[in-house]
Design a protein around this ligand. Structure first.
Ligand code: HEC
Length: 248
């Protein structure tokens, strides 16, 4: 029996080691010091702003093909007629999936097709997304003239450039060392730093919601389930006392 347990133990241990090593390798591949973010999918105004920014700045390239407009509008408490007017620019019906009209050839424009982002918050994590959208900087050697600190040599242009403004590395000319400081050129974007942080926060919040749209429902139902269990517990206790009363 002991032998048998050990037989399972070795491959499981090996698997865990590989997982941990893989994670370490992935996280140490970039030296950027990640800024934390605490998303809140109960914050409806933030989700609404995030959806608006997403549709305006991201949907042209990135679909959310597992998410429907109607569900989004309902969850975000946007009246359906307003949603129809302000969210759908593709001539689709309100019950449609959030798609775009990106042609097949787009993969040649960017070196690869822009991926669907329905699940991106679950795959990459909110913190990664937040830092990704904040760390585009000027790099003339790249096809779109920008590079990124958490996704080096990314094939995406800086979609929010007009909001954030121009950001450059701020490390002088130390050869070889990775530059871990970015400096914004004040006044080159429509938003100031604080407004831009908020906009990125809202987009990440929205993507977090899209990655698991029923989470709010689950949490709400969960509270009722717990309440039910507490009440049931009280009655069970009273019933138990009733049963034993005459025995002692
Ligand atoms: C002009 C087209 C275009 C626009 C607009 C655009 N992206 Fe992208 N995006 C891309 C391409 C292409 C890639 C793939 C880059 C690569 O793999 O090198 C990408 C990659 C990404 C990734 C990484 C996905 C992954 O896990 O590898 C994220 C996250 C992302 N985009 C978010 C956004 C957000 C948020 C917006 C809106 C603010 C946006 N993008 C706007 C083209 C675009």
């Amino acid at each position: 029996m002991a032998m048998k347990t050990r037989n399972y133990f070795v491959p499981i241990l090996a698997f865990l080691c590989v997982m941990v090593a893989g994670n370490l390798a992935a996280s140490s591949a970039i030296g950027w010091h990640m800024q934390p973010i605490e998303s809140n999918i109960a914050d409806k105004p933030s989700l609404q702003r995030g959806a608006k920014l997403y549709i305006g700045y991201c949907l042209g390239c990135h679909e959310l093909q597992y998410q429907r407009y109607e569900r989004t509008a309902e969850d975000l408490e946007i009246p359906l007629d307003i949603a129809l007017e302000s969210m759908i620019f593709t001539g689709q019906k309100i019950g449609g999936l959030i798609k775009n009209a990106m042609p097949e050839v787009s993969k040649d424009w960017f070196g690869g097709p822009p991926p669907d982002l329905t699940m991106v918050a679950r795959v990459r994590g909110n913190e990664w997304l937040y830092n990704y959208l904040k760390t585009f900087y000027v790099d003339e050697s790249r096809p779109f003239g920008v590079n990124n600190k958490v996704f080096p040599n990314v094939g995406m242009p800086h979609a929010l450039l007009e909001l954030q403004g121009i950001q450059r590395e701020n490390c002088g000319t130390v050869a070889g060392a990775e530059c871990l400081e970015l400096k914004l050129e004040e006044g080159t974007g429509a938003y100031n730093a604080e407004q831009y942080d908020q906009a990125v926060y809202d987009i990440v919040n929205f993507l977090d919601y899209v990655g698991d749209p029923s989470r709010l429902d689950r949490e709400r139902i969960g509270i009722y389930v717990l309440l039910f269990l507490v009440i049931l517990g009280v009655f069970t206790y009273l019933l138990n006392r009733e049963f034993w009363k005459d025995i002692h």
